[in-house]
Design a protein around this ligand. Structure first.
Ligand SMILES: Nc1ncnc2c1ncn2[C@@H]1O[C@H](COP(=O)(O)OP(=O)(O)O)[C@@H](O)[C@H]1O
Ligand SMILES: O=c1ccn([C@@H]2O[C@H](COP(=O)(O)O)[C@@H](O)[C@H]2O)c(=O)[nH]1
Length: 404
């Protein structure tokens, strides 16, 4: 794993409150010098190495799926475009529920004015589920292209949608079917005043969809409004975020984009590096990270809070070591089915990088032996750097926890 990309990914994902654990893939020797820089606890165990390798080989990154619903002409597409624009450094694709309109038969086409395009049955939800399932699985899909003027699908052409980090599924009824809702990591409802929506719909349908004002008003009164009341509005309760005023609400869109970025950061890190474990942030942890970053902090406070954070990382690192099952008898005579820590545990700290973690490890593991590794860098800025590694005065068999 390239040192730079790992460190950059950690930094990007961290915000102000990142604590990371990495499990190494080496069982008997210290890790390669090139990976010795990130601040973490690392344990060497053959089983962890094997599972890490297989996880890495089969790993595919689960995309973050966002559902965007709302009434007709509420600004769903506009909001999606704004999110996509602001997430420019991620691969994002948009899937429109409109693409899955069934398309009218010849008979239905003859009486198009009687067709209800706003009822859930107007969509081929099974096909939508199939496409979304493939995208979530990392496969690209061919999405149908719907022709609003002729109310049918273009039979020969499709839009190819590639697997991506973020999939946005947009449409009036994307929250209606539970199976579709269950695919989503985040649900957004665009809430725009009905009068404004009707005005926009008249303009759009007459300009872009080849309708006249009368037919738009007729369809709106017969189908669009009743279906909004019966299906769209009741699905608003499933939303995680409601955006009043749609695309005019820049604050809401900024907040949503920030949230997606945060989610992607952690998401990506753990998916790309299957041996990385991110400690869940709490206000305590963020508070300590805030304190140690404050340039006005006193030295004793800096040492105190750094030690507390280090202790948390060490405790988590120990939690990833192998264990065996063990029964004990309690003072009241009952049997407790517990576990036993691994017997032979040693620590190795990287000189000038992991030594600050030694006390925490000693406090957690009574009598643990800790060796040191010196990594010596030869070379200059701009020139090739070679690293020489030296294990200082140490002999130990068993599990290693490396402090770096
Ligand atoms: N905030 C806005 N101000 C003015 N016009 C808008 C705004 N948001 C959307 N529109 C217009 O309203 C129409 C419908 O918007 P769109 O985003 O396509 O809605 P939806 O996808 O919900 O049907 C489009 O013609 C679009 O240009
Ligand atoms: O052939 C069709 C298909 C759909 N409609 C109307 O489109 C809207 C949904 O699209 P939005 O972009 O969300 O407005 C829906 O209300 C249908 O009535 C159509 O008129 N003709």
């Amino acid at each position: 794993m390239p040192e730079k990309s790992m460190d950059n990914a950690m930094e990007a994902a961290s915000g102000a409150h990142f604590s990371g654990l990495r499990l190494s893939s080496s069982s008997s020797a210290p890790s390669s010098p090139s990976s010795a820089k990130a601040s973490s606890v690392r344990s060497f165990s053959p089983s962890a190495a094997a599972s890490a390798a297989s996880a890495a080989a089969g790993a595919h990154r689960q995309p973050f799926v966002i559902g965007v619903s709302g009434g007709t002409a509420s600004g769903k597409t506009t909001v999606c475009d704004m999110i996509i624009q602001q997430l420019h450094d991620h691969r994002v694709v948009l899937v429109n529920q409109d693409s899955f309109y069934r398309g009218l038969t010849a008979e239905e086409s003859e009486r198009v004015q009687d067709y209800n395009f706003d009822h859930p049955d107007a969509f081929d939800t099974e096909q939508l589920l199939e496409c979304m399932g493939k995208l979530k699985d990392g496969q690209s899909v061919n999405v149908p292209i719907y022709d609003f003027k002729n109310h049918r699908r273009c039979s020969e052409s499709f839009r190819k949608v590639n697997a991506s980090d973020v999939i946005i599924l947009e449409g009036i009824l994307v929250f209606h079917d539970q199976r579709v809702r269950d695919l989503m990591d985040m649900k957004i409802f665009v809430d725009t005043d009905a009068d404004i929506r009707l005005a926009r719909r008249i303009r759009r349908d007459t300009v872009e969809r080849g309708r006249d004002v009368n037919s738009v008003l007729e369809q709106y009164g017969r189908f669009v409004k009743p279906a909004f009341d019966d299906f769209v509005l009741p699905s608003k309760k499933y939303a995680d975020v409601i955006i009043p005023r749609g695309g005019d609400n820049h604050v809401a869109i900024d907040l949503i984009v920030q949230h997606i970025r945060t989610k992607l950061g952690q998401h990506d890190l753990c998916k790309i590096y299957s041996t990385v474990f991110v400690i869940q942030s709490t206000f305590q942890i963020r508070g300590m990270h805030t304190l140690i970053r404050d340039r006005d902090i006193t030295t004793p406070d800096f040492v105190f809070y750094s030690d507390r954070l280090i202790r948390l990382v060490v405790e988590h690192g120990l939690g990833h070591l192998p264990f065996t099952e063990k029964q004990v008898v309690t003072p009241t005579g009952s049997v407790y089915m517990g576990v036993d820590f691994c017997k032979k545990l040693c620590g190795v700290s990287i000189v000038r990088s992991g030594e600050s973690m030694e006390n925490a490890l000693r406090a957690c593991c009574k009598g643990i032996k800790i060796g040191k590794i010196l990594i010596h860098r030869d070379g200059d800025k701009g020139k090739q750097v070679t690293r020489r590694i030296k294990l200082l005065s140490f002999s130990c068999r068993g599990e290693f926890l490396s402090l770096e």
